[in-house]
Design a protein around this ligand. Structure first.
Ligand SMILES: Cc1cc2nc3c(=O)[nH]c(=O)nc-3n(C[C@H](O)[C@H](O)[C@H](O)COP(=O)(O)O)c2cc1C
Length: 436
């Protein structure tokens, strides 16, 4: 059977016209600063309906003829990220130079638009610090429970502590009650966050069961009430910092309502909406639907940050260029790979992205371990860093052997000696597997 791409289109086959400048998308979709995006063209509406949920849209184009606006998904490709060079016209050098740009979120001004996404269990202070070093312009804590912030504030201190080099960071809260969320936001004052993010995307049943996380998308009015309450607290107790919402495409394929939820959130005062373009039902599997990001970016008067399937610098370029979103959020693509921020910035600025060598990868992992040990103690850090080290060394010759040994390392000294042995064996040579 021939390989069919999503919606039956062979991977890589253009659905429509060649990519135009994304400024064209913006100009056509926004007039006088008001969103005017509508999918009015019957043929393209059918096409977008067909592609709903599972097509990777790697380009959008707006045509503006006789005042008609069309929204055309250009190209569906199951492997578009490998095809980035061709997609961008055969030469990365042709990419627009202003894809990396300063960004305003409410009264917060960022130097650039590359974010570290919130990721519970990964985006602790140590990792955020390393990502800032490599160029992340905004970092998010993993989700913090509004209930426990009020009832047992000490339990959240570790999650909330700001890294030394972290001048700008965002705290993500989850909860289902506007009163509790507002009160929890007020408790953030000593941490001086620059932004409070509301989680409306976590698919874990332990959150959704009581109406928090992605369950908020089932009740846009409630989501709006929570945003309004947190915005009020941010104004009264946190110096007027902006409030954002991170959401999914919807609860499941039958209720894709990101546009409705985002509109409600923005009307309630959200200054940024981040969209993880998968449904709650998809969890973290399947492809994210970047068309949703393009639709939202065209719809909202506030910046949209895109999330989903950003693994390499080229993916950031594609998402920014293809969807018109204001910022991108690296999540799994940054685990063990904080270098992706520097690579993405270089690429967006028209420079060659640099590949970190084995010594840099191992050395950075060790630094992260040391930072984490300072924060939570050596034993906990060594345990916690096992999964992260595996991500740092992924793909290096001898990584499997190193991985098998690292899972037994219980001290920083043990890590250091294992890693030194690995480097001394010349990881590029693949000799490590033979060392005793
Ligand atoms: C291990 C893990 C933990 C995550 N924790 C959070 C979280 O605490 N809050 C949140 O909004 N999203 C969380 N996410 C979702 C990510 O922020 C991101 O939206 C998602 O992984 C899609 O991006 P990706 O496909 O590039 O990984 C988490 C994802 C992973 C893989």
């Amino acid at each position: 059977m021939p390989e069919t791409g999503l919606c039956g289109v062979p991977p890589g086959k253009p659905l429509g016209l060649p990519l135009q400048s994304p400024r064209f998308v913006h100009d056509s979709f926004f007039r006088d600063d008001r969103p005017v995006c509508k999918i009015t063209d019957q043929a393209s509406r059918r096409r977008t309906d067909k592609t709903r949920e599972n097509v990777l849209v790697s380009g959008v184009r707006s045509l503006n003829t006789r005042g008609d606006r069309q929204f055309v998904a250009l190209r569906a490709s199951a492997a578009f990220s490998a095809d980035v060079n061709g997609f961008l016209g055969g030469s990365l050098g042709k990419m627009r130079r202003d894809l990396y740009h300063p960004l305003r979120i409410g009264n917060l001004r960022l130097d650039g638009n590359l974010f570290l996404a919130p990721a519970a269990g990964y985006t602790d202070g140590a990792f955020r610090s390393i990502c800032v070093e490599y160029g992340a312009n905004l970092t998010f804590t993993g989700l913090v429970s509004s209930e426990s912030l009020i009832r047992q504030p000490a339990a959240s201190v570790g999650l909330l502590r700001r890294a030394e080099n972290e001048k700008i960071y965002a705290v993500q809260l989850f909860g289902a009650s506007e009163r509790v969320m507002a009160e929890a936001a007020a408790r953030l004052a000593p941490y001086r966050p620059c932004l409070v993010d509301i989680n409306a995307g976590c698919p874990a049943p332990k959150l959704t069961r009581y109406g928090a996380g992605a369950a908020l998308m089932r009740d846009p009015d409630k989501l709006a009430r929570i945003v309004e309450a947190v915005v009020k607290t941010a104004q009264e107790a946190l110096g007027g910092i902006p409030v954002s919402v991170k959401m999914r495409s919807g609860w499941d394929a039958d209720s894709v309502n990101f546009a409705e939820c985002a509109r409600a959130a923005v009307q309630a005062g959200a200054a940024l909406v981040s969209l993880h373009a998968r449904t709650r039902a998809q969890g973290y599997s399947g492809k994210s639907c970047w068309r949703h990001i393009a639709e939202l970016a065209a719809l909202l008067p506030v910046p949209v940050a895109g999330s989903g399937d950003l693994y390499r610098a080229e993916d950031a370029a594609l998402m920014l260029e293809g969807t018109g979103c204001a910022a991108v959020m690296f999540a799994r693509g940054s685990f063990g790979n904080p270098f992706v921020f520097a690579a993405a910035r270089n690429l967006l600025l028209g420079k060659e992205p640099e590949m970190p060598d084995a010594a840099l990868r191992v050395g950075t992992a060790l630094r992260q371990l040391e930072l984490l040990a300072k924060a939570i103690g050596e034993t906990g850090a060594c345990l916690e860093m096992r999964k992260v080290f595996c991500a740092y060394i992924k793909g290096l010759p001898g990584a499997a052997t190193l991985r098998a040994r690292i899972v037994h390392a219980e001290t920083i000294a043990a890590y250091r000696s294992l890693l030194q042995g690995f480097l001394d064996s010349g990881p590029e040579s693949g000799n490590f597997a033979e060392t005793p």
